[in-house]
Design a binder for this molecule. Structure first.
Ligand code: SAH
Ligand code: TYD
Length: 406
């Protein structure tokens, strides 16, 4: 039985997605024979209720010099992080000569805003290619994994930080207790840890099971974070729901008593109680809805194929690896996946090996149906593809329900 990453209690996974390749492991044909597969299971800890993967891969296998995801591909996310930085500055960095650190700063999408205003900042980013992209745009970045030792060493070199930030990265950190100790090493007495991650409540409410893949070890909710931070003498003092990435939550945590706990935290606890996030039955019902979603999506794609329609994927997301492999969707059902990221183009999707092609191919010969794998950027994409729809093209979606987008 796997042991909880927070409190080490053994737990029983509530579901298996079967054999899965590396979610972001877009590969060449020559690499097919060596492709790595592993069973993907997910469970909830009976003691602290943290939802998490049943098996952890070594971080170096996922985050390296060929990391496929460059944050700045999305204009909406660039704008989102500009506002995130502004909010942090206005709320927490008003003192003299503040210092801000970001864990998993990627290509500098957030920190560039602090760099532009001349604020002392440091990104901690282990994937060398994205770290270099950040340095190239003037964002100070160290290429390493963040943990307790990193926190201590950064403080030794630069002094205490007033804010440690993270976005879509704290869910990637299996050594979460060491990371929180590192954050404590780094923060001054009133310093804040502000991070934003896919929200478990949204996964449960929208059946967005494609958020479950190898890089996302932990599926946070306020309830489980309360228990995590209690172990370290910290507490959550604010929560702010976010629309991005299909439903995220921004959390502000600090040393216990350093900041007043806002009303938002009390309200969110009540919401989670109503959703049943700490009850095992919630996850058994989620599993049933995931299985139903798989049946419907596979049937819809088979029907379209039978009717002679062409289908292409839109966005070679990590999330799509869970969907395509779990639902058995290969190139016979989805001819290709269009993606704007140069590093993914010309490669094949993990496991099911659907060719990933440049966006220009989608523009030149659009399919009848585009399966919206990048549904988390849905608003941006639907706006951009008004022409595709005007000419009769349709988007297929599977979150929150399988169907054709109206
Ligand atoms: N914050 C960005 C990037 C998210 S992707 C955004 O929201 O768009 C997650 C990033 O975290 C990757 O760039 C990955 O290399 C980095 N990462 C993974 N493990 C890490 C660790 N232990 N410490 C710091 N960064 C890490
Ligand atoms: P992302 O949102 O990071 O999803 P995940 O975390 O599951 O990998 O990835 C979005 C992908 O979609 C990325 O590879 C770029 C692609 N994309 C497009 O091809 N066109 C677009 O207009 C947008 C917004 C994204």
């Amino acid at each position: 039985m796997p042991a909880c990453l927070i409190c080490e209690e053994p737990f029983q996974p509530f579901m298996s997605f079967g054999r899965m390749p590396i979610a972001n492991g877009f590969l060449t044909e020559a690499q097919f024979p060596q492709e790595f597969f592993d069973e993907l299971t997910v469970g909830a800890c009976p003691r602290c209720s943290m939802v998490q993967l049943g098996r952890i891969l070594p971080p170096e296998q996922l985050f390296h010099e060929n990391y496929a995801y460059f944050s700045s591909i999305s204009t909406r996310m660039t704008e989102h992080f500009r506002r995130f930085a502004e909010w942090v500055s206005g709320s927490f960095l008003t003192g003299k000569d503040p210092f801000v650190v970001e864990i998993g700063s990627n290509d500098g999408i957030m920190l560039q805003n602090f760099a532009k205003s001349g604020m002392r900042h440091l990104g901690v980013e282990p994937s060398a290619n994205v770290a270099q992209a950040a340095q190239a745009r003037g964002v100070r970045t160290v290429c390493r994994f963040f943990d307790e030792k990193a926190g201590r060493e950064i403080r030794g070199e630069h002094g205490a930080a007033q804010a440690v930030l993270g976005a879509n990265v704290i869910c990637h950190l299996p050594n979460i207790n060491s990371v929180v100790r590192g954050v404590l090493e780094l923060l001054d007495d009133r310093g804040v840890f502000v991070f934003e991650e896919p929200y478990l409540g949204d996964i449960v409410e929208k059946t967005s099971y494609d958020q479950i893949y190898d890089e996302h070890y932990l599926y946070y909710a306020l309830g489980s974070l309360d228990r995590l931070f209690a172990r370290h003498g910290m507490e959550v003092v604010d929560v702010v729901p976010q629309q991005v990435h299909g439903g995220s939550m921004r959390y502000v945590a600090a040393r216990r008593g350093a900041w007043p706990v806002r009303e938002s935290v009390v309200r969110q606890r009540a919401h989670e109680e109503a959703l049943g996030l700490a009850h095992p039955g919630t996850y058994l019902r989620l599993r049933a809805r995931i299985e139903e979603s798989r049946r419907k999506l596979a049937a819809l794609l088979r029907d379209l194929k039978g009717a002679g329609k062409t289908v292409a994927g839109y966005g070679a997301t990590s999330k799509s690896t869970t969907v395509t492999n779990y639902c058995g969707i290969g190139p016979d059902l989805v001819a290709y996946i269009s993606d704007t990221t140069p590093g993914k183009q010309g490669r094949f999707s993990p496991g099911v090996h659907i060719p990933v092609v440049p966006y220009e191919r989608f523009q030149e010969s659009p399919p009848d149906y585009a399966l919206l794998f990048a549904w988390n950027h849905g608003a941006e994409i639907v706006e951009k593809e008004a022409g595709f729809r005007a000419r009769g093209g349709k988007f297929l979606v599977y979150v929150p329900e399988v169907g054709v987008l109206e």
